[in-house]
Every structure is written in C-alpha cells, then in structure tokens.
Design a protein around this ligand. Sequence first.
Ligand SMILES: [Zn+2]
Ligand SMILES: [Zn+2]
Length: 355
Amino acid sequence: MAGSVKAFGWAAGDPSGLLSPFDFSRRPTGDRDVQFKVLYCGICHSDLHAVKNDWGFSTYPMVPGHEVVGVVTEVGSKVQKFRVGDKVGVGCLVDSCRKCDQCANNLENYCPKPVSVYNTVLPDGTTTYGGYSDIMVADEDFVIRWSENLPMDKGAPLLCAGITIYSSLRYYGLDEPGLHIGVVGLGGLGHVAVKFIKAFGSKVTVISTSVGKKKEALESLSADAFVVSSYPAEMQAAAGSLDGIIDTVSAHHPIEPLLSLLKPHGKLIILGVPKKPLELPVFSLIMARRTVAGSMVGGLKETQEMIDFAAKHNILPDVEMISMDYVNTAMERLEKADVKYRFVIDVGRTLKKGE
Ligand SMILES: [Zn+2]
Ligand SMILES: [Zn+2]
C-alpha cells in the first residue's frame, strides 16, 4: 500500500498457535485515523482460541490482541477527539458498517459486519492485526480515551474483560445497589465481575468448583460469600437467594444447579463459550419465570463509559505483567488457568526487533 507504515509484532503462523516475531505494515494514518504507540496489551482467553483456530475462522499470519493501550503518535487532519500524546485504548472492534440499527444505537459490537481489531479480512484483501505489536492505527470513532488516573498497564484488560462484565450487568438491570449477584468462575472475567458488582453496590457470592479459591475470593477480592458448587449442603443453603448470576465458565457445565440459586424472575447471564451446547432445564425457567441470556463486550459509547466508571471507582484487574518473548509460555499457562487473573504484555518495553 502506498505510504504504508512499517509495523512489527508477534504472530501465529498456523493453528499450532505458536507465536513468533513478524514484520508487517499498517495503513498510513488517514484523515480520521489515530496512530498510537502500543504500550500494553492484555491476553484474553479468546486470543488463545483464535490463534489455535478453535472457532474455525482464523486467518494466518495472525497478530492477536484486543486489549490495547498506548499513546497517540499521529492524528489525521480531521480527527477531533485526540491529540498527539493522549493516552488511548482500542478494544475488540476497529470499525463496523455504521448503517445498521445496531450501529445507529451505539451497539457496534452487535453489527452484522464488524471489523475486529484482528482476524478480519477487509474488502481490499488486507487483514487486520491486533495489539501484540508496536503501533496501531484506527479510526477515531473506535478509539477510547484513557482516563488520566487509570493505570495503563493494569487497566488494559478492561477493554475486553471489563466491558463484557459492565455491559452485561447494565443491560440486564443487575447494576443497581442492594442486589445479590452470583459470579461463577473466578478467572479473567469472574474476578473483574466481582469488582464491578461491588462498585455498583451489590452483594456478591462467588460460586466455584474449587474450595481452594475461597480465601482469595473473600479476602483479596472482598466477595461477600463463597459457595462450593460440588457441596450440596452449601448449594442448598444458597438456593433461591440470587437476583442474577454472571456465568463466566467456558468448560461444559450443567446450568440447573445455578438456576436453583436464583430467586423467582432471576437472570442467568452466560458469558463463557463452551464448545458443546449447554442443556436448558426448561422446567426451572418456567416455574420461576427465570431468564437465561447471553452478552458480549459493548459498543464504543458504553466502553468509554465503562473506562470512566472504572477510573472513578478504582476498578483494576489483577494482572501478571510479562515480556513479549514470554507470550507462548503465557498462552500455555492460560490454557491451564494458571494465572491470577490476566496476563498483560509490556509491549512498550519488551517488544524488540531482531528477537
Ligand atoms: Zn477478549
Ligand atoms: Zn452496523
């Protein structure tokens, strides 16, 4: 492409998912584009699915990364919201059709023609590349303003994990004070869910298969209660007590025991993506008018709102900072859920050419 910009990152070349250094180019900064130097990028569990082609639509070479924060280095002539030196972020989307009802209602994440920050082939045949790289170029409408008092390193995972939780709580009315909400699975999404629910002023019960997480849930994350899902007495004691449940588990699991924890009219919101369909216990839904629903990230307006909310309430994911050349080990550990709770790559300091 004429005037294209040289970029460098780490890419997976095939479904082995193994990442290695990769030279590529980005489009030159257009009139409405913001170019920024990437400083930090979170590793989301879906990056792992994508590099391994678990969902069957991966294109290679693939530069993953959709929790990208950095500092603006160049703006196009028509850019209004950003200036060089501003702190910014880019999440899962870098464009959408801008014509459909979803786009018109600031729900670009539900647009039928989204342009993902990576793994989307554009009409001109080029592929989008994500944040495991030195620079990013995106239309200003898809760039988030980073709050001054929000740390960029720890905050990076908010751009996917944070908005996924925030949007689901808001849309399903689980964002009011005084509710009692359950969180299933204490991983990247689950631990952020505990923090947002507490900030909204509700009580949180963590539901987990692992009693080993109890101390941490109650002490480090300040959850109000902990239920071990394999202990019938504990499940029984908590029956009918929850207004809503945020289910972040992506392994196959029965939802009947979770539905039994809901009050009448309670909502089970599923955010994890098990490979096989879950069984729907209809009787439990009908008899108490319960809802089972799903949700995914959020639109750009809501993502900005979430970042501002997180800054105001000091909500930060718990992260383990890693260097770029550790990424393959991090992916292996992520697969075994061996991280508390999110890896963030220190791209700015550790991505070096010639590695
Ligand atoms: Zn993600
Ligand atoms: Zn659209």
